[in-house]
Design a protein around this ligand. Sequence first.
Ligand SMILES: Cc1cc2nc3c(=O)[nH]c(=O)nc-3n(C[C@H](O)[C@H](O)[C@H](O)COP(=O)(O)OP(=O)(O)OC[C@H]3O[C@@H](n4cnc5c(N)ncnc54)[C@H](O)[C@@H]3O)c2cc1C
Length: 426
Amino acid sequence: VTFAEYDLKSRNKAKIASDAEARRGNKTAARRKVSLSVIPPSRSLKERAQTAAIVAAAHAGAVDRDARFPQESFDALKRERLLGILIPTELGGEGASPTDLVEVCFTLGRACGSTAMIYAMHQIVVAALVRHAAPGSWHDELIRRIADEQLLMASSTTDGQGGGDLRKSECAVVDADTMKTLIKSATVMSYGAQADGVLTTARRTPDAPPTDQAAVALLKDDYRLTPLMSWDTLGMRGTCSSGFTLEARFPRQRILEPSYREINSRTVMPVAHLTWSAVWAGIAAGAVDRARAFVRAAARKSAGAMPPGAAHLTRASSSLLVLRGTITAALQAFEAVRDNAEALEAIDLQARLNLHKVTASELAVSIVMSALQACGLAGYRNDGEFTIGRNLRDVLSSTVMINNDRILANVGQAALLSDFTRTLTN
Ligand SMILES: Cc1cc2nc3c(=O)[nH]c(=O)nc-3n(C[C@H](O)[C@H](O)[C@H](O)COP(=O)(O)OP(=O)(O)OC[C@H]3O[C@@H](n4cnc5c(N)ncnc54)[C@H](O)[C@@H]3O)c2cc1C
């Protein structure tokens, strides 16, 4: 019996016992039993991520072809209990660091871009909840449930025709009796149909300006989704980022206390840009893996002589190292101040993490392009073991996922005011 099988067996046993208690109406015992099922597996995070990545890689082609949710990958991620790793141990998680998280994103990105991006988006929501929920709040209970039940959380910031301007909302929270309501034209909402809940943004009141936003965490029972737009895209097809009308009715406790401005600048933006860049680096690394295999195979066939495209592999490998360095540096800058609100909101750090997204996306695209050049037609083909097609299509989403032009325009002001490179090494 492997560790994974052993862990799964004992967790299943605990789940069955918990369900039996729940059927008997004994809620406390049910919760205690189910928490037994969430004892973190004894294997390392790296091993568990690799196990899930093997499953993701096996299904990546079908997920991309059929533009379907990577169900098998998420079954594996849940089996490996990877959805709650960021959650502190006292709330049932593992207290993993942002560095641990980006490693998992990278490992998954190498196998299946859609799986990795969904995983990253879920973890951005978890990070926001963990860092901004008031102790003892309803959100604390939600965090526990994410760890216990491996709930999958989506995010809905895109509102109507507002594009990637997540600091503005059209929809508003409205008072209705003792409850609140909101109706949002969520024109892009990844895995909305599959998620167990969503973190969404809305103006605090119908009179509030678009930038006075609240963040509302909702569970599936709190809202209804009506399909608005399909998701037939070049890449990241498995993210199933369709559009929906989101209609929610919820108690006040679902609203996080801090403003979305604060949640975004301290957590959502940094964690998004770090995890996304790790996903794109993983996609790029996957393309480099294929290019290396192609060059090796070609060299074997011609008595060790390197094929003409080999120099592109060297360039891709070198750029991948640069990308790795860029991510590591941005990660260290964030980790160094992650509990210091003032430092997190400093103009230099905000600009740096925003520019990191632009640089990482451009580098990742160029790496995949170099890998394609190294493979030539074998890479351009959609069939065959050296195809780079899915990697290229997936990685092209990086420049539009919060459009680089928008970010550059926003950071422009900060670049005028600040010299980001007063020293060379820190
Ligand atoms: C794979 C994927 C998954 C996604 N998942 C989600 C999700 O789960 N939830 C969610 O809410 N959203 C999601 N989104 C949407 C995302 O958050 C943005 O809304 C979207 O990427 C913005 O795309 P855009 O380029 O059309 O919009 P915009 O940013 O509005 O840009 C539109 C055009 O205007 C240009 N432009 C914009 N601003 C400027 C400027 N200041 N200066 C010059 N030119 C400018 C851009 O170059 C572009 O050509 C997802 C997007 C992708 C690609």
